[in-house]
Structure formats: C-alpha cells, structure tokens
Ligand binder design. Sequence first.
Ligand SMILES: [Ca+2]
Length: 346
Amino acid sequence: MTRNPLYFMIALLIALTSCSDKEDPIIDDEPLLPKPTASFTYEVVDPKDPFTIKFTNTSTNYGATRWSFDDDSTSSEASPTHTFLKTGSFVVKLVTVNDEGFWAQREETVRIVPSELMQLVASPSADGLRMSYETDVNVAKTQWFIRENEQTSHLESEEPDMKLDIPDGQFVNAYVVLTTPKGSVMSMNMLLASLGIVRDLTTLDNEFTVSHENGGGRDAGEGSSKLIDNNITTKWFVGGINDSYFYWQFEYYQPQVVNGYSMTSGNDADDRDPRDWDILGSNDGQNWTVLDSRTNENFSSRRLTRIFSFDNATPYTFYRIHIKARKSSSAFQMSEFRMLKLPTAQ
Ligand SMILES: [Ca+2]
C-alpha cells in the first residue's frame, strides 16, 4: 500500500499538534498495523572528521522518518549521515510514522566539544612564545586571532603556529579557529603571558562563598554568581557593607596553586570599586596566609579588566579575597573576578 506523501505530512502535523499517538481524527478504523517505535544510535565514523555523524535508525514498524538536527537542517532518510558545521550540543530528534499515521519520537543530545578535539601547546623560546595545537582532526585552515578588546580582534597568523613577543607582566587574549575540509569550525580561547598559557581556575571544582550577599540572593540579576559567570556585562552588587569584614572565597576539592587573578570593574559608579584588598590562602579555612596585598588601587575606566600576579608555589584549598576598602562607597560592585594560574619558568 502506498499513499500520497502529503497524507503523511498532514497526518504527522495533526499528530504533532495533538501531542498524542492515539487521537488521530483521520483514522476511523481500529489500527491494523503495529504501532511504530523510535530509537537510534550514532557514531563518528572518521576521527579525522568528528563533525560528521552517522545515525543508525533502530526504530520498528515505521513507514516514514523525519530527522531534525537542531541546526536548521532535516532529513527523511532512514539512517542519515550528517555533518555539523560548528561545535556545541545538538538535540537530534527522530520522528517515525507508520502508514496509518501513528508516530513515535526520540531525542538524543550530540555533543561536539572543542577541548576534547584539540589541545593548545605553548613553548617559550628566545624569540618569544610559540603557540601551536595538537589535534587528530583534519584541518584545512588555521587562523590565530589576537583580541584587542571585547569587540575587536585581528588576524595574527594563518600558519599552523603563531609566535608572539609578550613583555613580562603583560597578557594577551587570543583565540584560534580551525576549519575542516567540509567547512566545520572549532575554536579555543587562550590568555597568554610571556611564559605560556594562563590557566583559569575559577570554576575548576570549587565552592564559591561570600560574606555579604545581594538582597535578591546569589542568583539574582546582581547576585554573587554574576561575579564568576565569565561575563563582564553582568556584575555583583552588594550594599550596606560599611566597615564590616567583607570577602569572597573559593574552596577547592583539590589544593591548587593560584598565583594571579583578574578583576573587572563595574559598568558605573566607580566609588564602589575595590581600593584596598588582600588575597589569603589556607588549607583548613582557619589559619590564613596573606599572599598578596594591594592598596590605593584604581580602575580608570568601566568594565576594565586588570590582571594581578603574585609569587606563590604552594597549593591551597582555600583562597579568600578580603576587600578592605572601596573607593568611597558603602556598597561594592565588580563585573568579574577570575582565579588564575600564571605560567612560571620550569
Ligand atoms: Ca560577570
């Protein structure tokens, strides 16, 4: 028995709209066919092209299939092969329909993660820092970009590597974009210092607590979670601090060596900026060692990121940032704070 494809489309549309596999007004008769099931498996066929995924339909009792790949593309093949054009998480959906218009569906999330596909390599040398990458993926085009500010960046190199002369104490924000022969793209950000890649330890298995919270709570529009959400357009605001002991701290499950941090000022009201502060380390949460101490610091513009470094080779479980004074306000605000491990000479 064959039916006009339009029939399937209408039946599918009605079935999807009614969100049920039992109430189909087109079907008057008792179902004669077994109802369809929907299931599938998927795999990368060639490790050199992890963006191309082969989907194997393991559904039963179906006449037609409809795939959607969560990237604006679809397929009606039984077991399609699909190439994603970027990294990310894709909710792939399969709908199966039998000749009586009964349907079933299944969703699976396909994840293509850059950090699982490529690794950045930094080698300091006499004529600067050499950046390269290791990957099993077939790469047709490499582009290294240097970020000038939050909005603009420039193409630095189209070679497999990039050489940079970074003065001591300065930092460069960069990213690399790799394009496969089929046009799929993956990229990675890096913060670089003269000796290599700066590691961001802000969200590596840590507990984040604060002495004072925003009135709306941790996850409010200006709650403390906005201090470490890796977004400089969101900020943490807390008022009424006055002379009380004000801090935030990180507790790591495994002790970590931290020897740097970044602070990004708020979008307005510079009187709420930090002026004096200490960075303290502890392994029991009781006895603290002062690792870095700053006074009369100034953030000369809004949403300005400043990176601070200090000498520390000791791994600590606890790090506390004690803000001893704001510029002049009884309130405090900051757009972003990151815990950093700066590369040191071997
Ligand atoms: Ca933020």
